[in-house]
Design a protein around this ligand. Sequence first.
Ligand code: VGL
Ligand code: ZN
Length: 215
Amino acid sequence: MRSADDVLLLIDLQYDFMPGGALAVARGDEVVPVANRLAQGFRHVVLTQDWHPAEHVSFAANHAGDHGQRTPFETLSLPYGEQVLWPTHCVQGTEGAALHRDLDVPHARALIRKGHHADVDSYSAFLEADRTTPTGLAGYLRETGAKRVYCCGLATDYCVAWSALDARAAGFETVLIEDASRAIDLNGSLAAAWEQLQAAGVKRAQSADVLAGTV
Ligand code: VGL
Ligand code: ZN
């Protein structure tokens, strides 16, 4: 068992990101058993859930525009920056927004829901896409004595990478567990994410090493 100041952050293990889901991540379901194994070694586990209102700004279907409906995976300029337009996904209370039923982490202590403001996306579990609105997770982790944050889940290049970068920026030692994550990989997003992660000092690890306690 790891020390009490190590936290495992399991990101967005929800049906809409699994094969067959609205925003399917290839082989996303493969990370569920890995997440379960990892969780057995951590006293402190936190879950996240992408949790959008139906009118969310990140949904292509919500942008009719002058030139017809926007297509998923296009980008749109918003007041806070470039926003990828996604298929409608993880709508609050729907089956697609539910956590995978095989996720077996009864000792998880907190669940952070993000992306609940209609006009701002939130890939990160810490800060919304306006880069100023906190979710409260940094404060929660500081108050509970966390020092190191181990991130994994879906998707590596969006919610996992942004969460890891913000965990690091908030002052935590941060590790991204590669084989416990899967990527969307849109227009080189995965390679770009790894570059940013490395530059920020986020460690890249494999679950076997985390389980063995060498990372
Ligand atoms: C995610 C795109 C939109 C993710 C969430 O969990 O990585 N990606 N919403
Ligand atoms: Zn989303």
